[in-house]
Ligand binder design. Structure first.
Ligand code: AMP
Ligand code: MG
Length: 585
């Protein structure tokens, strides 16, 4: 199917060359984590006092001892792997394996907590984070009485090829929590040790990748993008060998653990493995569960429910990817095992936000062919939806299969519509106008030619009054726009833009437009250099910048003094050009 989305993005290159990269680190050491001795070695955390306690905290649970997981729907619903020993193997006829996290061997330290997640999702009072019990819980060093840790069996297409069984190779689903709002959340540790799905990996996660996942999942949430969340970051001195750039220079790094949350961790790969292994009744069971739990608009008795599910996921995925594009986010590894059935952003690895607008930007240095470049993301969405369609194939009759092709084709229109809605809003435009697509495409072309800063171009656009646009008057401090101003088509663009703003109507003032634009165009995103700077300090045991970044990114649309002093809304420093991010994590 020829469904290129190059439509909006000049010079869009479609790279569908096959690249096989195993993104897991090899390790010589093999050890069993069957023993569940709770080795409670910790230092008291430094991060629990980020927030003062107020009266409105009264509804929060003050002690982890009084907090408990709900009865597990997953355990009640799905068959569990009969093999209880923890060794790497191919698992059949099961969705989960029961496996305990491996306690860290050296003292652990809680270095960052996302308080809104702790309080608004987990109903826990900030004081809880001061307890040793909490530290043991979030590091995987102890297991709550009502928890049965699970690792999930899934497969996936990696870099275009079927990769067979993958699964949670270093993640443990601790349990499901139903909060005071009645929301069910699945809590999962990442970096918590070997599982039956560890393949050749060591089950661990290093500090740098854990900092990135912790910060980015929260940053994305506050940008309004569907995502998994993260509540805590724990670090130890357990040594982890990683050859970060796969160039024969392995180094010892520190093991870290993130406690992350999602309404569900089911992925496209969760269904794919069952379809590939012809475990059709299990495939139906998981799909029915997903429909019943997460798609309330689909009638579970409808004979077209699988088609309806496919259609919903198509539209939510198109929406998700349009949102990524609108904030300049490149996921980096859009394999089907990293693609949620709930269309939330998951599995943060070698992601990157655009600094300069370079559509061919490849965040992952291991992605030689640029399969997962920024501009390829909408097309990869189609590839992934096609794999989902293949996974649902055996559940559909002939007519539904035929319809599913039509549904798949609809992805492009949904994506384009969402993309335009988002970019219209970024430019402060009301309604629809025929010229909008040209206005957006020409702006992006000018930005690409001038390598303008993606985030600050849109942010600074809000600082222009209509008269400034008409008179082509750009203040010196609007540095990102100065780059555009030099372009030969800028005048044409700004006149068209000014005319289009007039179509908003007389009631729309400069101030109103500015407020709207500032509510959708972030001032701060997690640029690679910002994450890198925080990581370098963290590696020297200084986590202050991780915590500061978390705080700033929880409010990305508001100007913040500390962020301005740190240069987070300025041009990236020169050293940022040298930063490389690989699959190694
Ligand atoms: P990712 O590219 O991080 O999404 O990982 C792909 C697969 O490799 C998943 O099944 C992971 O759980 C697994 N994996 C990645 N790194 C490791 C590791 N260090 N130890 C065990 N499994 C891993
Ligand atoms: Mg993954």
């Amino acid at each position: 199917m020829a469904l290129s989305l190059s439509y909006f993005l000049p010079k869009l290159a479609v790279c569908l060359m096959i690249l096989i990269i195993l993104c897991i680190a090899r390790t010589d050491s093999e050890h069993s984590c069957d023993d569940n001795e709770s080795r409670l070695k910790y230092t008291l955390n430094e991060s629990s006092h980020c927030r003062s306690v107020t009266d409105s905290d009264k509804h929060l649970i003050g002690s982890l001892e009084d907090w408990s997981f709900a009865n597990s729907l997953l355990l009640d619903t799905f068959p569990i792997d009969k093999e209880k020993k923890n060794y790497v193997r191919e698992v059949k006829d099961a969705i989960f394996s029961v496996v305990l996290p491996t306690p860290l061997q050296t003292p652990v330290k809680l270095v960052a907590v996302a308080h809104p997640v702790l309080e608004d999702i987990l109903d826990l009072h900030p004081n809880v984070t001061k307890s040793e019990y909490f530290l043991a819980f979030v590091s995987g060093n102890t297991i709550l009485a009502d928890s049965t840790p699970l690792s999930h069996r899934y497969g996936g297409h990696q870099f275009g090829d079927w990769a067979n069984q993958l699964g949670d190779g270093r993640a443990h689903l601790l349990g499901e929590y139903v909060n005071r709002k009645g929301e069910r959340w699945e809590l999962q540790l990442k970096g918590s040790g070997l599982t039956p799905y560890s393949r050749r990996g060591d089950g661990k996660a290093v500090l740098r990748s854990s900092v990135r996942e912790f910060l980015c999942s929260e940053a994305m949430f506050y940008l309004g993008i569907p995502t998994s969340r993260a509540v805590s970051l724990v670090v130890s001195n357990d040594p982890v060998w990683r050859d970060q750039f796969y160039d024969g220079h392995p180094k010892i790094e520190r093991a870290a653990v993130v406690l992350r949350l999602a309404r569900s961790w089911f992925r496209i790969g969760s269904l794919e493995i069952l379809a590939h292994k012809k475990e059709t009744s299990l495939l139906r069971k998981v799909t029915d569960f997903v429909i019943e739990q997460y798609f309330p608009t689909i009638d579970p008795t409808d004979k077209n429910k699988y088609l309806a599910l496919f259609s919903e996921i198509i539209s939510q995925t198109a929406d998700l990817i349009a949102r990524w594009m609108a904030v300049g986010f490149a996921h980096g590894v859009m394999n089907t095992d990293n693609f949620s059935l709930l269309s939330i952003t998951i599995d943060y690895g070698p992601f990157g936000f655009l600094d300069k607008y370079v559509p061919s930007f490849i965040p992952n240095t291991s992605d030689d062919e640029g399969r997962y470049s920024y501009q390829n993301q909408p097309d990869i969405g189609i590839f992934n939806m096609n794999q989902l369609r293949a996974a649902l194939w055996s559940l559909m009759d002939r007519e539904q299969k035929r319809q599913s092709e039509v549904v798949l084709r609809g992805y492009v229109d949904i994506y384009k519509r969402r993309f335009m809605e988002l970019f219209r809003a970024k430019l402060g435009l009301f309604g629809l106008s025929e010229q909008d697509e040209y206005i957006v495409a020409l702006l992006l072309k000018i930005m690409e030619d001038t390598k303008a800063d993606f985030t600050m171009t849109f942010r600074q656009m809000a600082d222009l009054n209509l008269r400034d646009i008409e008179n082509d008057d750009i203040a010196d401090e609007l540095w990102a726009l100065k780059d555009l101003h030099a372009h030969e088509q800028w005048q044409e663009w700004s006149q068209r833009y000014a005319d289009r703003i007039h179509e908003n109507g007389d009631e729309d003032t400069d101030q109103h437009r500015r407020d709207r634009m500032n509510a959708v165009n972030p001032r701060y995103i997690l640029r690679n250099w910002m994450a890198e700077s925080a990581i370098r300090k963290a590696e020297k045991d200084d986590f202050s910048e991780v915590r500061t970044l978390l705080q700033i990114l929880q409010n990305p649309f508001e100007k913040q003094e500390i962020a301005e002093i740190s240069g987070y809304a300025g041009t990236p420093p020169d050293w940022a050009k040298k930063i490389r991010v690989s699959c190694s994590s």
